[in-house]
Design a protein around this ligand. Sequence first.
Ligand code: ABU
Length: 784
Amino acid sequence: MEGGGVQVSTWRWVVWVTVMVGNAGGELLLNIGGIFPIHGSDGWQGGQACQPAAMLAMHDVNNRPDLLPGYKLNLAWNDSLCEPGLGAAVMYDLLYNPPTKLMLLGGCSTVCTTIGEAAKMWNLVVLSYGSSSPALSDRQRFPTFFRTHPSATVHNPTRIRVMQKYNWSRVAIIQQAEEVFISTVEDLEVRCKDAGIEIVTRQSFLTDPTDAVRNLKRQDARIIVGLFYVNAARRVLCEIYKNTLYGKSYVWFFIGWYEDNWFENPLQEENLNCTREEMRQAAEGHMTTEALMWNKDNEKTISGMTAGDFRLRLNQALIEKGYENQSNPVGYQEAPLAYDAIWSVALALNKTMERLAAVNKSIEEFTYTNKEIAAELYKAMNATQFLGVSGRVAFSTDGDRIAWTQIEQMIDGRYHKLGYFDVQTDNLTWFNREQWIGGKVPQDRTIVRRQLRTVSLGLFISMCTISSVGAVWALLLLIFTFVHRQRRLIQLSHPACNNITLVGIMLCLGSIFLLGLDGQFVSQQQFPTVCGLRAWCLSLGFTLAYGAMFSKIWRVHRLTTKTKIENKRVEPWKLYVMVGSFVVVDVIVLSVWQAVDPLQRTLEVFPLEKPKDAVGMSIYNVVVLCLITAPVTLVISTQQDASFAFVSLAIIFCCFLSMALVFVPKIVEIVRHPGERVESSGETAPSKEEEERYQKLLHENEDMQRLIAEKEEKIRLLKLKLQERAAVRSREQASENHVIDPSHHTRLRQGGRPAVRIVTPDASSAADDAMVPRINFDISESYL
Ligand code: ABU
């Protein structure tokens, strides 16, 4: 109680004067005791502004000749630091040291709970200017307690009204473990229940709110009511920042009696691990509710001052106290309550004196055991009514102040009034000034929307369009094959198989329509039929298309790998049998499946997921276009759009590719050579004779190749002989040159023999050509 030392000596001086002098300037003193929380480190230290306000009231009251005539009101006071133990000690000091106190003034709920409960033992009325605890409204426990400070329960109807305004029906509560807040929350719970608002969680903490705030996050709390003293509020706000429990998804309701810049100071002294900027961010958008403590009409009050006049005087008094360069001291908001509390005491004493005078009694006769005068004091206080600087002062049967509340919101770091609420008339005055981060009213919960997963209409239409194009294309190819059925190119490519492939492709493409028919188009009863059709359509389509292509491949394989003519031959009926057997196997499997375990519609509940944005669709498109492979279908089977798109694109891709590979070369060839001879007429498939002729030609071709090889061998040997002969001749010429002159030699070479040139299929090299005598004859004509 370091800071209270000066006040202790002041108070002792007052006592000494009272005891020794007994009056002031010839007037008798009426003594009251005051307890102000000022220099504490926790709780509400509102005495900083309330004590000067009370002293202003003392001055004003004592200067009113019509009040307490012949008496002067005297206030003996001390600092409680908002600690209940110390508050009790101050009270005992006041009571056990003369003169007798007629009433007690108190502030801070924790202290008033102690003194309010004890005061009845001294028949003392306690009037509080600064305690909000709803517990103090218990007349059994606090029979002589009154307060100019409204009970914290006045916030609750206001909070509920605001919650209803925004349709918030799920809220959470976090509170400091103090009776004032516990009893407020109890009242809030009852009111929420009546209003149909669910309290999702209630977290409380003694000093460290870390776990409590984390639990709020875990419980997905969005609308949160926070009840704590200002120091704890700063710790909570820092945790709010760390847990990112602020911003567009959250709304916090704080108590409105903190000072305007409560979240910025003093952070370092309290060892908070958050910067001012971080605290500002976390505080942005929060709402406060508070009882109106300043008369909002500019009317003259009982003291002759308006609330504005009072503010000026209070500011001056605070400057004199040394608060000039600081922000408003704690309790500035409640200062009118302290001022009006002194006026209430004066009016009650005045009335009591009048009543006592009527029965020839005097207030000076009051002792701590005098129940009669105590009852008069109680009655007088109960009946007190006046217009004060805090508004109309009146007490309910519970001793509570009846007041309006105001709702404020922090916008850009400053509090803005949103409206007023009169709990008595249930009247909400709203200015529509609220602002929400992100421009939308936050939701009170994560909205779980049960949604039937259906294929996007756009995607369905796109796929169906592509499939239709594919089907039309397949039809055109059928027509194309029919029109050009007599062309050799078409006939040799086994057009019947091609036609079967095209029919299969059309079925596969048709299955895309069926694949996209989901819950948005098909009723529950129709589902098994549609699912069955899908399976039949796709399976048969696949079997026809790829079975026919496979049979063609098999035929080509035989032709190119078998050596004997009879083994090479593949009768057309064999191809049909092959495709037919595939189809039969398919039909059997599908029929058994259909009979034993037909496809049924089952509803699957998927895990909760965040709403999709555009990004998801793009990724999914990219993935599809990047040709994800079949196993991916299993992975994405829960994604209806992705699954449908993948399967559809796979089918479309295969169908288009097949049609392109089989038919584009034929179309290109026919477009390039439109006038080619028609080699046969009638059937498009090669006849038996044609097949035999083809085989005969193959034989002939083989014989010719063998013959060519033999002739080539002969030519090679001839070349060798010629080379040898040329070599012998050149040796003979060389020996002749010893006797014949060079000019003769030249003549012999040019005119002695005819030039012979041999033209072989592999043509002699240039060097050989120069050396070898030339023999001109056409081998291909004369030998092959
Ligand atoms: N307005 C300040 C209330 C303080 C308290 O109830 O302790």
